[in-house]
Design a protein around this ligand. Structure first.
Ligand code: FES
Ligand SMILES: [Fe+2]
Length: 464
């Protein structure tokens, strides 16, 4: 465990991002359409070519990115391609179990060496054009037609596949195209440290899907930075018995910006009795059937098993359901998250890891999102969704592959909850290009993590 991982997150860490305040003029002057305060985001940041090109030059080549789930490449020789704004890398499992990220280009005449995912037989990467070969560690092992090349142009060091920085954390492989980048866990602090408590590092994917959406990558992911759109966007999840104090649901959620552009929202400390009571079991069933990620069928079985005539709005029932869940995990050999207030508060909220990855841990599960630009167009993104869970000790869920790319409206492949969210995204992108709108308006309580993400983005874009 590294120092960064073991270092506890303090309230000073949490205050640090807010204390930064808006970026000063020296940063604003170097960025087009800069953030000027915490309450507004200039609209052009979501659609202008100039801003998009600057992200491609200053952000993506220098930031740590979630490039793969480890279970995509369980065996030596397994590879998966990761593509970001026209740069392709092969994420390859090594014979010693470690992972390397190799630039996906033949050193002879530039052919891409791998596409999608697969396995390099015999741990040899073979170029499909003339058959030059590399070991999976990137070292050249065979130059077909070598006798026809000048000796100085086929030196092994020149022909070695170029590596990108590559580290693992939390069951994910992360890459960085900048060889001078700080270590991964320094960059992910404190988001990774917090997620670690909920046990995300023990989770494996149950499924993985993607949609191509007509929306800027930032606008798309920001739709998941807050929970107060639930009442309007997902009315079926709003199972309160009676209209709670209108402020309650807003006030009882904490939104926290962190350093490095990360952020979190989670339950606050207000008493349950402050507002109306939600129907815990009904909400859990709708979360499972509408999404199949944060709540799974096995959780519903546990919750139903202890309902027996109880009022499922009663906090006594909720306590009993939680007791049953922890008992079930123990009986099934499923390593449980810590039963601390800190962990329980995270369930139902989310953690954003700058720039483009989100985890929403709940119980022994997590929903996860990764959002990237799609093609060379600021108006489109590639939106991926994972359902992660903790399997019983010793159970191998097998190699993970993308189950498919599905239309955002495809009710056979997307649950009601993501379809409701996706429907907003394209409407937002059309709206953001309406010339009457110069900027979006943010709550400085409930949307502060959006501003924090943009402030960090400006620091990156302004850097030399
Ligand atoms: S282009 Fe790869 S071996 Fe010729
Ligand atoms: Fe939503």
């Amino acid at each position: 465990m590294t120092d960064t991982q073991s270092r506890p997150v303090t309230s000073a860490d949490i205050e640090a991002a807010l204390a930064l305040g808006p970026n000063g003029p020296e940063i604003s002057s170097r960025v087009p359409f800069p953030m000027r305060d915490w309450q507004h985001v200039p609209a052009e940041r979501y659609h202008s070519r100039e801003f998009f090109d600057l992200e491609n030059e200053k952000l993506w080549p220098k930031v740590w990115q979630m490039a793969a789930r480890e279970e995509e490449i369980p065996q030596p020789g397994d590879f998966v391609e990761y593509e970001i704004v026209g740069q392709s890398l092969l994420i390859v499992r090594q014979t010693d179990g470690s992972v390397k990220a190799l630039n996906n280009v033949c050193r002879h005449r530039a052919t891409e060496l791998g596409r999608g995912c697969g396995r390099f037989p015999g741990n040899q990467i073979v170029c499909p054009f003339h058959g030059w070969r590399w070991k999976t560690d990137g070292s050249i092992s065979h130059v077909f037609g070598r006798e026809g090349f000048a000796e100085e142009s086929v030196q092994p060091e020149d022909l070695r596949l170029r590596e990108a920085r590559c580290e693992t954390w939390g069951g994910h492989v992360w890459i960085n195209l900048d060889e001078n980048a700080p270590p991964l866990l320094e960059a992910l602090f404190p988001a990774a440290n917090i997620l670690q408590r909920s046990g995300v590092q023990r989770m494996r994917a149950k499924w993985w899907k993607e949609a191509i959406i007509n929306c800027n990558w930032k606008l798309a992911q920001e739709a998941f930075f807050e929970g107060w759109h639930v009442k309007q966007t997902h009315p079926q999840l709003y199972t309160y018995d009676d209209e709670p104090d209108s402020e309650f649901n807003l006030q009882n959620v904490d939104y926290t910006p962190f350093v490095n552009g990360h952020g979190r929202f989670q339950s606050g400390d207000a008493a349950e009795s402050y507002g109306g009571k939600p129907d815990f079991l009904q909400a859990a069933r709708l979360n499972w059937s509408g999404q199949d990620a944060m709540t799974l069928e096995r959780d519903i079985h546990v919750f139903e098993g202890v309902a027996g005539g109880m009022d499922t709005r009663d906090p006594k029932y909720v306590k009993r359901a939680m007791d049953a869940l922890f008992e079930y995990w123990e009986g099934a050999g499923i390593p449980a998250p810590d039963r601390t207030a800190e962990v329980l508060k995270m369930w139902g909220g989310d953690i954003h890891l700058f720039p483009n990855y989100l985890m929403l841990p709940m119980y022994a599960n997590s929903l996860a999102y990764r959002v990237r630009p799609h093609g060379d167009d600021p108006n489109w993104c590639r939106f991926e969704v994972w359902s992660l869970t903790t399997y019983p000790e010793g159970h191998d869920p097998g190699r993970l592959e993308l189950s498919g790319r599905y239309d955002k409206d495809d009710a056979d492949h997307w649950g009601l909850i993501p379809r409701q969210d996706f429907a907003n995204l394209e409407r937002m992108q059309r709206g953001i290009r309406n010339r009457s709108l110069k900027q979006t308006t943010l709550s400085d309580k409930w949307e502060v993590t959006i501003a924090n993400m943009h402030q960090e983005l400006d620091r990156r874009l302004a850097a030399g």
